[in-house]
Structure formats: structure tokens, C-alpha cells
Design a protein around this ligand. Structure first.
Ligand code: MG
Length: 459
């Protein structure tokens, strides 16, 4: 069976592999799935700021309405705002039309369960099976109703503010350069920061689905203006969001880009310090700097396969106090189990307000590691055998101290680790190598590149 759902919902190029007919089919399959257990499902739907959002939203909604689901359109919202609304307002499901950080020609459909978390793989597979069978439940005269509600952003901002000491943050009068990248975060974050007493210097905070300001992925290259503006404006720090505002990346007061591993470690450090230990969750790709700071506070890290729904669900299962991904997707369970950039900004402000030291000084205390990422071509049909052979071969290798098969093959050596993950979409392995310094990282990368290349040729 062809797969529709990827790591983060269904995505594609608009009017090509992501089109109205597909979207209506997905809506019909989704509605049929809900109708199996719920007489009259209630669904919230929202979109990011892409130009194709109305077209896709209407098509998904038409499919759902045809099966007898009642829809509430909450308009333009960040993904975490939709998730929070579903949970707080007791919807049976939520739909967000977004392609996150992808270029403007893309769009996508992402599913949210009644507890506000992203769909599990099981739910996605059940909807997928219904889509391909086309065995849809169609309502007769009792098709669904369609209403709008404009209270989602207010509800969400109130929720975020309820998790911190607002007065304490306000007192510090932070100056923040905020780069929303023309994404839908522009509807929430400027308002939230002003409520927290911040002076906001805005960059690309106007919503524009063509993303004229910068590319939507918050990489160092794409954040050149923010990196330059923060020290020029003499700001406390800078924030950048991706297109649907579930991820946040920071720039310190000197204009240094902070990788997602470090902001994850920073938040994890202060949360586990306050909780005096406890469980946190991240995926196997995260830098060891995270585990170092958690262990120093007597905390425990659970590693998962890559994918924010997996991290979030593992957090729920283990009652974790914090979790997230190394790409700026941080999850704070006191609000909700999903990546949330507005929560991330608020929590970082709280840490800075409590510590009364600049962001660069706090980041300086996070242990340093050097990570190298590379892609290695490998035909899809060979991937499984190559991984199994590598794990087998390394069992007898004295340099390898541990082998972890949570996701792909992760080999721990005395200097660091090497992770080889098969890409779900391309005929490649994604390889991550990390040690304490550049030289060891390069050496380890070269060694394993060689070993894996030979294995690929052999199988
Ligand atoms: Mg995103």
C-alpha cells in the first residue's frame, strides 16, 4: 500500500501530489474512522498562512461534512494553538492545514487526536486503509454543520501565560527581536511577548504565504537578518519560528545562533533542577549535552525513535516532566503534549528572569560536543540488511561499547556515538556522528562511512 502519512502528516506540492481530490478523500476517510465510535464527531480545523490553505481546508471539510461530522473552523492559527483548542474544548479530533517549514508551493494535512496530541501511527494507518478502500460512510440528510470560532488564540495565550510567573518576567523588561518568518506565529508571539512586558523588535511578523522575508526553516543561513539585528538592536536575545510556529530557535545577545540541542538542554536543565530529577524524553538524534545536564540533576533520559508524536506519546506514558527534539521542538507537559514555540519562548524568558544572566552565559554552561551529519546513498531494499550486518559486525569490535537499535543502529564508542538511520522517504541513510571535538568526530565519521559503504556494496 502506498503511504500517505510521513513523519508529520501528509505533505506535497499543491495541485500535484497534494490536491483537492486527495484532501476530500482524506476528509471522508477521517470522518468515516471517527463515525465508527462516535455518533456525531466534533472536529476543529485551522490553517497556517499558506496561499493554498482555503482550497485544502474546504476540501478536507467537505469530505468530513459528507460523513456527518460537525466542523468548527478556528481560522489562521499556529499548530500548537489548534492542538490546545482540541484538548481544552473537547473536540473529537483536529485538522491543521500546514506544511510547517517547507517552501510555499507545499502544503499538508496533519491530524490531531482528542487529547491534542498528533495522531499515532495506528490512527494514521486506519485512516489510510479507509482512504484506499474508499468504503466511506456517507450521511443522508444529516450531513455535518460548519461554524466558525475566533476565540482560539485568546484561549491559547491565556493557557501559556498560566504556566509562568508573569510579573517576574515583566519586571525584567526584556528586549526581544522576534522573527516569525512571515509564518502564522505572527498572530500569537508578538502579542504574547508584549503581555510579558517585552519590547519587541519585529522581523517578518506579517503573515505572508509566499514567505518573502526568509525561507521558513530556521537554519543559521535563513536567519542571517536576525543574527545581525540582535546585537545591533542591543536586544536581550532573538527568537525565530518556523512556518506553523511549533518550533523556536534562539539567537543570543551577541548574535550567536543557538542550535536546538542547546535550547533543549537549557530548558531541560532548569526543569529537572526544579523537579529534583525525574524523567525526560528525546529522540536518539539529540546531542549528549542533553543527557549530561539531565543526569547532573539526577534525572533520567528516555530515548525514542525520531518523530515528535513518538516523543510526545512516550512522555505521556512515562509522566515525563519535559521532552522534545533537537530541532527546536520543545514539549512542556504542563500545557500540552506537543511541540510549542510560544511555550518555549515563555519558558526561556522565565529561566532568564530567574537567573538574571545573559542567554550566552547560560548556554556557555551546557557541555560542548561536535556533531556531524551526513547522508549516504543506499537502495531502499538494502537498508535493513545493511543495518543488521553493521550491528552484527560491530558486536565483536572492541571500540564499540554499546549498540542501540531504538531507531536504525546507534553505536557508542569510547569517544562518542554514530547513528545510522534509514530515511523513510529517500534512498539514503542519515548518519549522525558526535564526539567531544571536531577531530574525533571527523575521524569517526570517516571510519564509519568506509565501513558502511563496503557493506552496501557487499549485500
Ligand atoms: Mg513546524
Amino acid at each position: 500500500m502506498t503511504k500517505l502519512f510521513g513523519t508529520n502528516g501528509i505533505r506535497g506540492v499543491i495541485n500535484q501530489d497534494m490536491n483537492g481530490v486527495l484532501a476530500m478523500g482524506i476528509g471522508s476517510a477521517w470522518g468515516t474512522y471517527l463515525k465508527k465510535t462516535i455518533t456525531r464527531p466534533r472536529i476543529a480545523i485551522g490553517t497556517d498562512a499558506r496561499l493554498s490553505n482555503s482550497m485544502l481546508k474546504s476540501a478536507v471539510a467537505a469530505g468530513m461534512l459528507s460523513t456527518g461530522c460537525d466542523m468548527t473552523d478556528i481560522g489562521l492559527v499556529p499548530t500548537p494553538t489548534l492542538q490546545y483548542t482540541v484538548k481544552e474544548k473537547n473536540y473529537d479530533s483536529g485538522v491543521i492545514i500546514t506544511a510547517s517549514h517547507n517552501p510555499p508551493q507545499f502544503n499538508g494535512i496533519k491530524g490531531v487526536a482528542s487529547d491534542g496530541t498528533e495522531f499515532s501511527k495506528d490512527t494514521e494507518e486506519a485512516i489510510e486503509a479507509l482512504y484506499f478502500s474508499q468504503q466511506y460512510t456517507r450521511a443522508s440528510s444529516d450531513v455535518g454543520t460548519y461554524t466558525t470560532w475566533d476565540g482560539a488564540i485568546d484561549l491559547y495565550i491565556k493557557g501559556v501565560l498560566s504556566t509562568v510567573d508573569v510579573a517576574r518576567i515583566k519586571k525584567q523588561r526584556f528586549h526581544v527581536v522576534l522573527d516569525c518568518g512571515n509564518g502564522v506565529g505572527g498572530l500569537v508571539t508578538p502579542l504574547l511577548l508584549k503581555t510579558l512586558g517585552c519590547t519587541v523588535t519585529p522581523l517578518y511578523c506579517e503573515l505572508d504565504g509566499t514567505f518573502p522575508g526568509r525561507n521558513s526553516e530556521p537554519t543559521p543561513e535563513n536567519l542571517a537578518t536576525l543574527i545581525k539585528t540582535v546585537p545591533e538592536a542591543d536586544a536581550s536575545f532573538g527568537i525565530a519560528q518556523d512556518g506553523d510556529a511549533d518550533r523556536a530557535i534562539f539567537v543570543d545577545e551577541k548574535g550567536t545562533y543557538i542550535w536546538g540541542d542547546k535550547s533543549l538542554a537549557l530548558a531541560g536543565k532548569y526543569i529537572t533542577r526544579k523537579k529534583k530529577g525525574d524523567v525526560v524524553v528525546t529522540s536518539v538524534t539529540t546531542s549528549t549535552c542533553f543527557e549530561d545536564v539531565i543526569k547532573a540533576n539526577n534525572g533520567h533520559v528516555i530515548y525514542t525513535k525520531v518523530g515528535s508524536p513518538i516523543v510526545a506519546r512516550t512522555m505521556m506514558e512515562h509522566h515525563a516532566v519535559f521532552g522534545g527534539e533537537e530541532n527546536g521542538g520543545l514539549i512542556f507537559p504542563e500545557l500540552q503534549y506537543c511541540r510549542d514555540s510560544a511555550m518555549t519562548c515563555t519558558k526561556i524568558l522565565e529561566i532568564l528572569a530567574n537567573e538574571k544572566r545573559p542567554l550566552s552565559a547560560l548556554i556557555e554552561e551546557i557541555p560542548r560536543y561536535e556533531m556531524h551529519k551526513m547522508k549516504m546513498p543506499c537502495p531502499n531494499e538494502k537498508k535493513e540488511r545493511v543495518m543488521n550486518l553493521l550491528a552484527e559486525q560491530m558486536k565483536g569490535n572492541s571500540d564499540v561499547v554499546n549498540i542501540d537499535r531504538t531507531d536504525g543502529v546507534k553505536l557508542f564508542t569510547k569517544d562518542g556515538w554514530v547513528l545510522m538511520r534509514p530515511s523513510g522517504t529517500e534512498p539514503i541513510f542519515r548518519v549522525y556522528v558526535e564526539t567531544k571535538n571536531t577531530q574525533d568526530t571527523q575521524r569517526l565519521a570517516a571510519t564509519y562511512k568506509d565501513i558502511v559503504e563496503r557493506l552496501i556494496q557487499r549485500v
